[in-house]
Every structure is written in structure tokens, then in C-alpha cells.
Design a protein around this ligand. Structure first.
Ligand SMILES: C[S@@+](CC[C@H](N)C(=O)[O-])C[C@H]1O[C@@H](n2cnc3c(N)ncnc32)[C@H](O)[C@@H]1O
Length: 259
């Protein structure tokens, strides 16, 4: 992880209450609470309470719009989608008909992971950035209150930490069928520049310059396959060649068979 910007947490009673409900480890935030009435000059984004949710708000306009995780409404709302036809679902499922277990080891804002859970897979989300993991946990918490989304949320669990470590801790008998990776790469960041709402995400996460090592670890831990999402024309991660590729209009899925 090569984070580009600094962030802090604006204290408030509803935010504290939600963090308690989310049961995230307090150590995640220990160094991030805002100390004075205003954020320190070095701080470029604030994690805060807004209406009924947690958001990450950039302090400068050029860093884009605030981001939050919302699985219920808008573009990322999941009600109307036909999951079986999504390329990501085809890449992860392969020829399997049975419901597979999946680790999404680069969970981010959880769109891919949620889609996989909506398609019927049991998904463990792993995210190492504390602010992003908090947004994701908050989005999952709100989705779980919705009668339609609750069954999907029941197939999802979030682990906060570095996937290299978390994957290593999984006992052999509980290894997932599939490990899914969607690391933040420099060439992807240029594409993200056009999307105003994603600028702060890209800037707070930085580049995932350890993705090759994560792929190697994933290949040792997945029962059936590892699926890596890449921009359509980007190189593969590292020098390994995937068994096959599924290519869409802007993304590509590199599939590495492991078992
Ligand atoms: C491009 S984003 C993933 C977006 C995600 N697929 C989605 O649909 O929202 C990459 C995310 O993976 C996380 N990440 C990258 N490497 C990781 C690792 N080794 N362990 C845990 N999280 C990681 C980054 O912090 C970032 O949030």
C-alpha cells in the first residue's frame, strides 16, 4: 500500500454509535481521531457522519466528491441487476454449478464482492485501508437492515487487514474455492481520474504495488481458481500467464486455475 493522502475522523455521537454497532477494532482508528476543532493542516479528507451513514469527504474540491457505500440506491443499487450474466460471475463460477466460497482479497467499496454474494456465492471481503473498510462495513450494516438485501448480506463477511496475512491464517480445510483480486494499479488510476466520485478513493488508497505478491499467495490458497480483474488492455499481474481471459468493454478477467 502506498497511500497518497492523509485523513482523520471527525468525532460525533452518531458516528461513535455506528462504529460501536459495526464492532470494528478500535485500533483501526487510534491514530486518526481529529484532535482540535478543525482538521490539522496536513489532513486532506475527513471520515464523518452524514444523515444516516458514514462518508469520506475530501477537504479540497479537486479531490472530488464525498464517497460512501450504498448497496440499496443509485448506480450501485443492486435490486435490478441480472447477476448470472455478469462477466465477473462467469469468471468466478467457471463451470461450477454449486455455490462456491470466494475470498475477495481487495474488497475496496465492495461492489464486486456484493455482486458475487448477490449471485449466490459465500464471500469473505478483505480490506486493509481503515477508512475504506469502515465505509464498507457501514454500507453492509445498512444493507442488512433491508428485507431484500438481508439474505445477500448473510452471505458476506468482512475482515479488516492485509490479505497476505489473512489468507495465510486460513486453515487448510477452510480454504476458499476462488480468490478474487482487483488491485489498484497506476494505469487504472488514469481511468479513474475521469470519474469525479472515485478521485478521493484512488487518492486515499494509493497504489497497490504489492499485487504480484498477493497473486502468488492467492494461487497457493485457492482450491479451484484465482480471478484477477484488470483494465481491458493492461498487462497481466507479474509474469504468470492466466489459463484464460474473459474480456469486456472496459475490464478483463484473468483466470488462473489452481485445482
Ligand atoms: C481497486 S480497489 C477494489 C475495488 C472493488 N473491487 C470494488 O468493487 O469496489 C482495491 C482495494 O483493495 C485494497 N487492497 C489492495 N491490496 C490489498 C491487500 N493486500 N490486502 C487488503 N486489501 C487490499 C485496497 O486498499 C483497495 O481498497
Amino acid at each position: 500500500m502506498n497511500p497518497a493522502i492523509t485523513w482523520c475522523i471527525a468525532d460525533s455521537a452518531p458516528l461513535r454509535e455506528r462504529l460501536t454497532q459495526l464492532a470494528l477494532p478500535a485500533t483501526l482508528f487510534a491514530d486518526h481521531w481529529q484532535s482540535g476543532a478543525e482538521p490539522a493542516e496536513s489532513v486532506q479528507a475527513v471520515l464523518e457522519w452524514q444523515d444516516d451513514h458514514i462518508q469520506l469527504r475530501p477537504l479540497a474540491k479537486e479531490l472530488g466528491n464525498p464517497i460512501a457505500v450504498d448497496f440499496l440506491h443509485g448506480k450501485t443499487g443492486f435490486r435490478a441487476q441480472r447477476f448470472a450474466h455478469e462477466m465477473i460471475v462467469k469468471a468466478v463460477a467457471g463451470r461450477s454449478r454449486e455455490p462456491l466460497t470466494v475470498v475477495d482479497a481487495t474488497a475496496g467499496l465492495g461492489r464486486d464482492g456484493f455482486l458475487l454474494a448477490a449471485a449466490g456465492f459465500s464471500v469473505t471481503l478483505m480490506e486493509r485501508h481503515p477508512a475504506i473498510a469502515t465505509l464498507l462495513a457501514d454500507g453492509l450494516y445498512r444493507a442488512a437492515q433491508d428485507a431484500d438485501m438481508a439474505p445477500v448480506c448473510a452471505r458476506l463477511r468482512l475482515q479488516v487487514g492485509a490479505s497476505h496475512d489473512l489468507l495465510q491464517q486460513i486453515p487448510p480445510a477452510q480454504r476458499p474455492d476462488v480468490i478474487y483480486l482487483d488491485p489498484m494499479f497506476p494505469e487504472r488510476q488514469k481511468t479513474a481520474l475521469v470519474k469525479k466520485e472515485m478521485r478521493i478513493f484512488r487518492d486515499v488508497v494509493g497504489e497497490d504495488d504489492d499485487a504480484t505478491a498477493l497473486l502468488e499467495m492467492a494461487l497457493q490458497r485457492a482450491h479451484k481458481r484465482v480471478v484477477v480483474k484488470r483494465p481491458r488492455k493492461a498487462d497481466t499481474i507479474g509474469s504468470r500467464k492466466p489459463g484464460h481471459q474473459l474480456t469486456g468493454t472496459s475490464s478483463r478477467f484473468d483466470v488462473y486455475t489452481t485445482g
